[in-house]
Ligand binder design. Structure first.
Ligand SMILES: [Zn+2]
Length: 218
C-alpha cells in the first residue's frame, strides 16, 4: 500500500503525535512547532572511507533525544517519518534522487531485529523512499551480532564489525545510498560502504538522519 495512504489510515486510529513531546500534530507534520524550533540542522561535512559523499539532516542533541528513544525502544510513533522526511529534504537539495539506483538500510542482526520487532533504519529508509521516489533494496545482511559499539574506540569498533555484514545480491555497477538513523564515528557506514565497493558498486553515498558531534551517547 502507498506509504502516505497507510499513514492516513493509521492516523484515523492513532492520531499523529510529536515524537519529542507527544503533543497532537497534523497528519503529515514531523514535530510540533515548539520542538521543531529546538532542532539543530546539521550544517557540517564529514567523510567516510568507501563513500563518495556523506549527508546528515540533524545534529544528535538533547532536543531529539526522546524521539530517538521512541525510535529505538518505543515502536517508533511518528519518529521514523519525522527523521526520514528531514533526511529526504537534504538528499533532494543535493540531487541524490537523480544520482542513486536504490537505498540500502543499514541492517541489524536477525536476533536484534526480532528483539526490537523492527529495524529503525529500514523505517527511516521507507520514509525517505516515499518522499524521494528512490526504491529500497535490502541487499546487505548482518550475519552476526556485534554487541554495543558505544563503549569501543574507533579501532575497536572497526575490529568488532569485521566480516559482520554480507551482500546478498549482485550490486555491480550500482549507485547505492546507505541509510542509518545516527552516525557516530562512521565505522558501520565505512565497513558496509567498503564491502559494497569491493562487490562492484560504482558509488556509495552515506546518509544518516542524525549526526553525533562527539563520540558518545549513541
Ligand atoms: Zn513537540
Amino acid at each position: 500500500m502507498n506509504y502516505f495512504l497507510k499513514r492516513k489510515i493509521l492516523n484515523l486510529f492513532f492520531p499523529n503525535r510529536c515524537p519529542v513531546c507527544d503533543e497532537l500534530i497534523r497528519e503529515n507534520d514531523r514535530f510540533c512547532p515548539e520542538c521543531t524550533d529546538r532542532l539543530t540542522p546539521y550544517t557540517g561535512t564529514f567523510s567516510i572511507t568507501g563513500a563518495a559523499e556523506c549527508f546528515s539532516a540533524l545534529v544528535y542533541d538533547k532536543a531529539v533525544k526522546s524521539a530517538v528513544f521512541l525510535l529505538k525502544k518505543g515502536g517508533c510513533g511518528n519518529a521514523d517519518y519525522a527523521f526520514g522526511a528531514y533526511l529526504a529534504d537534504v538528499l533532494k537539495d543535493n540531487n541524490i534522487p537523480d544520482r542513486v539506483d536504490f537505498i540500502v538500510p543499514v541492517p541489524m542482526s536477525e536476533q536484534s531485529r526480532r528483539k526490537r520487532g523492527y529495524n529503525q533504519s529500514e523505517l527511516i529508509s521507507e520514509a525517505v523512499s516515499a518522499e524521494t521516489g528512490i526504491p529500497v533494496r535490502s541487499v546487505v545482511r548482518k550475519v552476526r551480532n556485534t554487541g554495543e559499539q558505544k563503549k569501543l574506540g574507533r579501532a575497536g569498533r572497526k575490529l568488532n564489525l569485521k566480516d559482520a555484514f554480507e551482500v546478498t545480491e549482485d550490486v555491480s555497477g550500482k549507485k547505492i545510498l546507505l541509510i542509518d538513523d545516527i552516525c557516530t564515528t562512521g565505522s558501520t557506514f565505512s565497513e558496509i560502504a567498503v564491502m559494497l565497493r569491493k562487490n562492484g558498486a560504482e558509488n556509495v553515498y552515506c546518509a544518516s538522519a542524525m549526526k553525533a558531534l562527539k563520540k558518545s551517547g549513541t
